[in-house]
Write a protein that binds this ligand. Structure first.
Ligand SMILES: [Zn+2]
Length: 403
């Protein structure tokens, strides 16, 4: 009997925690909502929503405010909104040639950001962490005095061990087994761990929650930088494999016999055929001409009739189409999103090639369902994903004691 009571109590605590998290997540992602909307969303009655809202308000996470238009005279209607001025996270984005840091408020607004571009060579852990820690301290110092930092997240262009933010393999910066998350946490000294994720995984999460993939439960996000990263979401969850290193679609083998060498040591990987180097080489651009601006210049040249640029985009589009056709056959996604530099590369000539490959190589029943879209969040997708990663503990258990 006592055992049953204890089990019941345990289940109630679990349900309450889940509902608190779901309510906070709803207003964090969707903005202010009425009690009726929240009750429908959670599948509970209005008095339960009132009690949950009161708990979250007491913890300083939400506030009830009058709706801007009540629609009728009489009692004012109220909406629940996130306490954006009182709760924030720090988010970092470590890309091949730039470092970005931002303060992101509960509700998702980027309230401050700092950015540095840098040379690609010679980026050791200490140099990178020094810049990021300076940025983080400045953002923390300038935050409103009443705002609390509840998490820190970072997006990194490489393979990350989720438990401790260790960079296991980051060929673009030449890092192997570098304790990046722990070192950044130590240098920031805010009493919070730094949660680190792979850039394409986080880009997928950001597009799923706030961008071109909202509403899609199965999506594939392709992130172009020097290479091509991938984030696959199945049934609403990121598919990251046993160790967190999954969804490496950039190293899917598409051209094993005559393919270009890949940064991973293999040959003919998708990213070797469609990445920055392949595009710029095919377009006849000089070897020292690299980066986002160089990729954009090829796209602009193609639009203006440059034959070499057009042929480069046609070729890259064909290989990209082979990769996307394989992914659609494997995962039957509702949406395929092209992000990073692929957001520039995809529209136009390359998109036509991708559609041709889908028409020729995807099974008919999957073909019609997959919508092709460019990233809605642009180059900020990875940064926004890092912020969402930082908010995850709060959204999972909003009333847990915070450091
Ligand atoms: Zn490879």
């Amino acid at each position: 009997m006592l055992k049953d009571l204890a089990a019941d109590r345990h289940a109630q605590v679990d349900t309450r925690r889940r509902n608190l998290g779901a309510l906070l997540r709803r207003v964090h992602l969707g903005g202010a909502a009425s009690r009726v909307e929240l009750a429908d969303w959670l599948g509970v009655n209005r008095s339960t929503v009132m009690a949950l809202t009161a708990d979250l308000a007491a913890a300083g996470l939400v506030r009830e405010v009058p709706a801007t238009t009540s629609g009728r005279a009489g009692r004012p209607s109220f909406v629940v909104r996130p306490e954006s001025e009182a709760v924030h996270v720090l988010a970092f984005d470590i890309a091949v040639d730039r470092l970005v840091a931002a303060r992101v408020d509960l509700g998702g607004t980027v309230s401050a950001r700092l950015e540095a571009t840098r040379a690609r060579a010679g980026a050791d852990l200490d140099a990178v962490v020094s810049v990021l820690a300076d940025f983080g301290r400045a953002l923390h110092h300038d935050a409103p005095p009443t705002s609390v930092c509840v998490g820190i997240g970072a997006s990194y262009c490489g393979m990350i061990r989720p438990g401790d933010g260790m960079v296991r393999f980051g060929p673009d910066l030449g890092w192997v087994d570098q304790a990046f998350g722990a070192e950044l946490a130590r240098r920031l000294d805010l009493g919070l761990p730094v949660l680190v994720g792979n850039e394409a995984h986080l880009g997928a999460m950001a597009e799923h929650r706030r961008g071109a993939g909202v509403g899609a439960q199965n999506l594939i996000y392709l992130h172009g930088d020097v290479g091509v990263g991938g984030g696959i979401i199945v049934g609403g969850d990121l598919l990251d494999g046993d160790g967190g290193y999954g969804s490496e679609v950039g190293h899917m083998l598409v051209n094993p016999y005559r393919g270009r060498p890949c940064g991973c040591g293999s040959r003919g990987c998708l990213e070797a055929e469609v990445g920055e180097r392949a595009l710029l080489d095919e377009a006849g651009r000089p070897a020292d001409h690299r980066g986002r601006e160089a990729v954009r210049a090829v796209v602009v040249a193609a639009e203006q009739g440059d034959a070499a640029a057009r042929e480069a985009l046609r070729r890259i589009g064909d290989w990209l189409g082979i990769g996307v056709a394989n992914l659609i056959n494997l995962f039957n996604p509702g949406v395929v999103i092209f992000g990073g530099t692929l957001r520039e590369v995809f529209p136009g000539t390359a998109a036509q090639q991708v559609r041709n490959r889908i028409a020729a190589n995807v099974l008919p029943v999957s073909r019609d369902k997959a919508h092709l879209r460019v990233s809605a969040l642009g180059y900020d997708a990875t940064l926004i994903g890092a912020a969402e990663l930082a908010f995850t503990p709060l959204l999972t258990n909003p009333l847990a004691p915070r450091p």
